[in-house]
Design a protein around this ligand. Structure first.
Ligand code: DAH
Length: 344
């Protein structure tokens, strides 16, 4: 038995394995059910009691060493597998990730804002959940006035004097600006608005507007006309003409609707302008003295103009999109059409 133990110690010392498989074979050979060390353990039971102490220690040590050696062989076989594994090729081209693009409504809103910023307007914003006072009352819509029905409203809370509602137009930001800013005022107010309307190709319950307001001494209708002409030419091209048609809004007097010459048929008449040669783009007018007064501005000293336009409408005209719903459905094929427009 002594020789057998010595022999195995020697063999363990020289043991080598170049793979996991060989390391496992070595384990089976020494420590498996029929392994050499296992066999010596069996024999140990039969030896004379006075020799048990000596052999017991030796055998235990042998087993410990065998386990350690096999573990070492496993680890080095594993390391060599990893070292031999093919390295990643860092020169390979990467996987292209599809890049998003800005939404067409954002592109046009930014374009509108940039045109007016160049003319000295600052951006002003206000809350989407507004109160009746800022959306209607301060804008000269008297209580129960039929003009309130021009805009079907989503109410958030009713039953008291100044109900909360989703703003139906960005004109409410005019009021907030007049309340909080020093005169003169020159602001552009982009934002989301909400109306209780059935969704169709030409109407949606959520859309975007840009409002403009200019208040100073001696502001006239001629200034309004010039501001809009400059905007129309920047937006639709230098040959664009504008015309104004008398209209009615409670917050402006006089009020007008603005048309631009059709940039598709150049006035000849096509199906986009329905044969008229003109496309409606916004409402505007001179700020009603009652509106100035409501916000504490003296209409004897100051005057101003205001205008408001729908962003989706401008975008539809610019890109000849004939259905408003495209802007809200987020169909990637539609949105992808504007990828290059984003880079401009
Ligand atoms: N608030 C109007 C609307 O939602 C648009 C508008 C018209 C705004 C005339 C104005 C304006 O500032 O002067 O239809």
């Amino acid at each position: 038995m002594k020789e057998a133990i010595e022999q195995i110690f020697k063999e363990l010392e020289q043991l080598k394995a170049s793979s996991q498989k060989e390391a496992e074979e070595a384990r089976v050979r020494f420590l498996g059910k029929k392994g050499e060390i296992t066999a010596l353990m069996e024999q140990f039971r039969t030896i004379a009691p006075e020799m048990k102490r000596e052999y017991g220690q030796k055998l235990n040590q042998l087993k410990k060493e065998a386990l350690a050696k096999i573990e070492e062989l496993r680890a080095s076989a594993e390391a060599s597998v990893q070292a031999d594994a093919p390295k990643e090729d860092l020169t390979m081209p990467g996987d292209a990730m599809p890049l998003g693009s800005r939404h067409p409504v954002s592109i046009v809103r930014q374009e509108i804002v940039d045109i007016f910023r160049k003319a000295g307007y600052n951006v002003a914003e206000g809350p989407e959940i507004e109160d009746d006072y800022h959306v209607f009352e301060a804008l000269n819509f008297p209580p129960n006035h039929p003009a309130r029905e021009m805009q079907d409203t989503f109410f958030v809370s009713t039953g008291h004097l100044n109900p909360l509602l989703l703003r139906t137009h960005t004109s409410s930001v005019q009021v907030r600006t007049m309340e909080s800013q020093e005169l003169p005022i020159r602001v552009i107010c982009p934002g989301r608005v909400f109306r209780n309307e059935a969704i169709s190709a030409r109407a949606h319950c959520i859309f975007h507007q840009v409002e403009g307001l200019y208040i100073d001494k001696n502001v006239t209708f001629a200034d309004l006309k010039q501001a809009i002409l400059v905007f129309a030419r920047e937006m639709f091209g230098p040959d664009t003409e504008i015309r104004m048609r008398p209209s009615y809004f409670p917050f402006t007097e006089p009020s007008a609707e603005v048309d631009v010459s059709c940039n598709i048929c150049h006035g000849k008449g096509c199906n986009i302008c329905k044969g008229t040669g003109w496309l409606e783009i916004m409402g505007c007018g001179m700020v009603d003295p009652n509106v100035l007064k409501a916000s504490g501005i003296d209409p004897e000293i100051y005057s101003g103009f205001a205008f408001g336009m729908g962003v989706e409408r401008i975008a539809m005209l610019k890109w000849q999109v004939n259905d408003l719903r495209h802007y809200f459905e987020n169909d990637m094929r539609f949105l992808g059409e504007f990828a290059t427009a984003t880079e401009v």
